[in-house]
Design a binder for this molecule. Structure first.
Ligand code: ATP
Length: 237
């Protein structure tokens, strides 16, 4: 689904990603874990085309996308839920969702309505609040709206940047419950998380990013059992 080869990128003179190689297969949940500043967000924004790679290649569904304009990616089936949610605050929940589904418009109103119903089923709280302005939702509700909005376009790959940041434990549980359900429905997810334990518990595989390099990769099970990962990211000695 997604193949990344020797990808480097950064901000001006600051080199952040250094020769990162990784892949995501269809139907997998892949977690990227790493400390603050390791380059996790930079990796997602480079894949999404919001930041230009300085070298390396990105392929999405066997198509090179390294230099593709960011706004063209959703139509190909790759969407990102950015860190900090970024919902359209002055619009209602339902208006936000309909905007998320705009790439489906050509396929007819019926599909759009089905997708909307599906999101309300996944996130019942959004159905209760469908007329409420997105800017007045709680942080957890905004995170759910950002996820649901991305899912509206029936993406082949959904990339999530730190979905649990700043949320209360119960809401975090709810977010991870939905990510688990996405996998059951055959979705493919690339998940960036500081909450390494929750991410690896739900993921199939993972990559550990440190100062812009992949220092470790493997099955989520192996990473959870790895002493170095436990010490550095899971808070266990
Ligand atoms: P966090 O978990 O804290 O979000 P991260 O692993 O996602 O961390 P990045 O946000 O990718 O890390 O940041 C990697 C490095 O790039 C950091 O040193 C950061 O200061 C720098 N950086 C990020 N965004 C910019 C920017 N727009 N301009 C300049 N430097 C940036």
């Amino acid at each position: 689904m997604l193949k990344i080869k020797n990808l480097s990128s950064g901000y001006g003179k600051l080199k952040v990603l250094k020769q990162v190689s990784m892949h995501v297969k269809a139907g997998e949940i892949v977690a990227i874990i790493g400390a603050n500043g390791a380059g996790k967000t930079t990796l997602l924004t480079t894949i999404a085309g919001l930041l230009r790679a300085t070298s390396g290649e990105i392929e999405f569904r066997d198509r090179p996308i390294t230099t593709l304009a960011a706004q063209k990616l959703p139509a190909l089936g790759c969407v990102m839920v950015p860190e900090g949610r970024q919902v359209f605050a002055p619009l209602s929940v339902e208006e936000n969702l309909i905007l998320g589904g705009h790439v489906l418009r050509r396929q007819g109103r019926q599909l759009l309505a089905e997708q909307l119903a599906h999101q309300y089923e996944l996130f019942p709280i959004l159905h209760q609040r469908r007329q409420q302005l997105a800017g007045t939702l709680s942080g957890g509700e905004q995170q759910m709206l950002a996820m649901a909005r991305a899912l509206m376009s029936k993406p082949s790959l959904i990339m999530m940047d730190e979905p649990s940041t700043g949320l209360a434990p119960l809401i975090v549980q709810e977010i991870f419950r939905v990510i688990g359900r996405l996998r059951e429905e055959g979705n493919t997810v690339l998940l960036v998380e500081q909450n390494a334990k929750a991410a690896l518990t739900i993921a199939d595989r993972g990559y550990v990013l440190e100062t812009g390099k992949v220092i470790l990769q493997g099955s989520a099970e192996d990473l959870l059992a790895n002493r170095d990962v436990q010490r550095a990211y899971l808070g266990r000695e």
